[in-house]
Design a protein. Sequence first.
Length: 299
Amino acid sequence: MAFLKRIGLFVLTNVLVMVTIGIVWSLVSHFLGLAGLNSYIPFLMAFCLVWGMGGAFISLLMSKWMAKMFHGVQIIDPNSTNPELRALVTTVHNLARRAQLPKMPEVGIYDSPDVNAFATGPSKGNALVAVSTGLLQRMTDEEIEGVLGHEIAHVANGDMVTMTLIQGIVNAFAMFFSRILAGLVASNVDEKFREVVRFAVTILGDIAFTMLGSIVVNYYSRKREFRADLGGAKYASREKMIAALRKLQAAYQLPIPPDETATGTLKISNRDKGGLAGLFMTHPRLEDRIEALQRARIS
């Protein structure tokens, strides 16, 4: 039911956004003498609405498959003869039961020196939790449990669905405004260059508006990371969650590779990123996360 409510909210939000934009555009175009573009607006609104929602749904439904393919994730058999892997599955399932997930998530492992873990999937009952070999090698059992508690919290909170839908809304905005801008610019150039200009401005607009929209997406991402930390503390323990973050803090005190993939999806940074750079961070600063956990009241 919560999933359906979230989907319904997403659809309603997109519809209201597009209707509002249509009304505002009609008024603005009338006063600016741009009424000639009005016939284009309804089609564009529908196109962006369908594409934004469709892209979000497709991305959501394919998330597990894409994660397995991209990372080369191997699903672990709960009855594996490897005691370390069997213990990993047991830990994930115990945490999932504490979080009252409707179905046990798949548990996977992939070969990478990165200290990394992630959760993905279209719903709470169809999720995947995967860890890297680097994480298993460099963390203690208690620290691993803290990380897994964090990932299970993402599943329990429905973060995969929420972030995908927010991205869908941002994509719809970016597509709509880039094409409006392209139409305005193209209408003021020589006719023989009009289509080339329209295409170029559309592409540049898509990039620019998507980058601006990522500020909104990343803002919500940082908020949900704090919430997942609290979930990790609740399902594992505050001490294990903080211990895991401190281990990653120590890892960041080592030389950072140029591509900065040392902590992969966890994206935990020990460096201060203020100003504009901070707006594009998907995860809060490590110190802020530890401090929030220390202050929090864990029920």
